[in-house]
Design a protein around this ligand. Sequence first.
Ligand code: G3H
Ligand code: 13P
Ligand code: ZN
Length: 309
Amino acid sequence: MALVTSKEMFAKALNSDYAIGAFNVNNMEIIQGIVDAAKIENAPLILQVSAGARKYAKPVYLLKLVEAAIEDSGLDIVLHLDHGEDFDICKKCIDDGFTSVMIDGSKYPFEENVALTKRVVEYAHEKGVVVEAELGRLAGVEDNINVDSRSATFTDPDEAAEFVEKTGVDSLAIAIGTSHGAYKFKGDPYLDFERLQKIRELIPNTPLVLHGASTVLPEFVELCNKYGGNIPGAKGVPEEMIRTAANYGICKVNIDTDLRLAMTAEIRKILFENPSEFDPRKYLGPGRNAIQRMVQHKIKNVLGASNKR
Ligand code: G3H
Ligand code: 13P
Ligand code: ZN
């Protein structure tokens, strides 16, 4: 049991039909819910930390909580920086003991993204840490762009091949129609699977990553709205599309919004039904259980990663 890189996990997942769940963590209850689920399902696990999570919880707390989870569960876990925006945050996380970092240069022109990614790859590889980069841009309905200009932001397969060749990056996040948050599609959900297959053909040995992969499960949206929330029209990526993506070569599936919704729905319900309750354990505990159930469902029924550890 240790903090491990994703090298072996990805090598196993690369030519198979399952994907590894990468879940965003911000506090103890979220970490415990996810790790307990992975343990029960005997599944490979990536925990990821954003800059916002580092700011919220303080880096040292998250690191120590993940170390505690490893000790408690006996699992090997990848600790990954999600959406590192510059060299400095990647370096900090590598120096702190993260085993994987993402450098997100997707907002830069191609050659700038290459140069930035290459710099992080050189530093990370020297320390035995793996690197994820992103090419193409994730845009959702919140970005107010129409369907045609949305697909113009998708990852170009030839560029993806050139990018991997030039940077030596370990895995690549691609844009095929997903986006972050709870409002991913206005009309019918659409992912460009043809593009995914083309990318896969050109770089068959590079694990591909799907960001913005939450399903925004209707049951949680309904519970939130029923118990005082206001998130109308929330829509995510249907579970069968995530399964298809895993079949077509996506190795890592990023999930944050579904964790937020599962926990919030449960807490809203409890506080609504028990207005006199003010012991945080009485709602954070069930919130943690809700996360565990949801993550178990994902691992087993959507990612197909049960018993793949
Ligand atoms: O991709 C974004 C993740 O959901 C992290 O979100 O920056 O609010 O922590 P955050
Ligand atoms: P969701 O907002 O769909 O959960 O995506 C999370 C993500 O991509 C984290 O990097
Ligand atoms: Zn993301």
